[in-house]
Design a protein around this ligand. Sequence first.
Ligand SMILES: CC(C)(COP(=O)(O)OP(=O)(O)OC[C@H]1O[C@@H](n2cnc3c(N)ncnc32)[C@H](O)[C@@H]1OP(=O)(O)O)[C@@H](O)C(=O)NCCC(=O)NCCS
Length: 165
Amino acid sequence: MRSDVSLRPLDENLLQELLAAAAADADPVEVMPPVAGPGGWTDERREAFLRFHRSRSLCAEPVESTYAVVVGETVVGAARLFPLTDARRAVEAGVWIGRSYRGGGVGRAVLRGLVDLARAGGAERLFASTTAGNMAVRRLLAELGAEPACDGGDEVTAWVDLADG
Ligand SMILES: CC(C)(COP(=O)(O)OP(=O)(O)OC[C@H]1O[C@@H](n2cnc3c(N)ncnc32)[C@H](O)[C@@H]1OP(=O)(O)O)[C@@H](O)C(=O)NCCC(=O)NCCS
C-alpha cells in the first residue's frame, strides 16, 4: 500500500489546487455534474466546479465531507463521503484521480483511507456505485469485500461491511 497518499479535508486553498488538478488532468464529466454549453474547462465550468464543492462541503451546513487526495504535496484528485439518510449508519463513497496518477495504486490507498474515515465516523456500511465498465473501481471494491450488484443496466452498486476488518 502506498504511504505517500493522504486525504486532507477540503478547504478554500485546497479547492483552488483541486480545480487546477482537475482542469489539467481530468475530464469534466469524471469530476463534476454536467454543465450545459461547450465542452472542456470553460470559465463557466470552472465556476460551477467551485460552486459545487462550496455548496456541498464548504458551507455552514455541509451535506458531505470532501477530501483532497494528496500525493506527496501534490493535489491529484478528490474523495468524498456522503451520509445516506435513508440507510442507517451508511455512507456513500466517491473518488476521482487525475489521469497521470491513475494505475499506480493511488485509488487503492484512497479507498482504504475512506474506509478508515467512514469507520471512525461511526458508519457501519459503505456504498459505492459505478458503471459496469469501470473495472478499476470494481476491482478495488472487491478487494474491500464488496459484492457488486448489477441493475441490469450500466450501473453497478456495491456495499462494503465496515464491521469486517
Ligand atoms: C477509478 C479510479 C479512482 C482508480 O484509481 P487508480 O489510482 O487508477 O486505481 P489503482 O491504481 O489503485 O488500482 C486500480 C486497480 O484496478 C486494476 N484495473 C484497472 N483497469 C482494469 C481493468 N480494465 N480490468 C481489471 N482491472 C483493472 C488495476 O490494474 C489496479 O489493480 P492492480 O494494482 O492490482 O494492478 C481512477 O481510475 C479514476 O479516477 N477514474 C475516473 C473517475 C472514476 O471513474 N471514479 C470512480 C467513480 S465510482
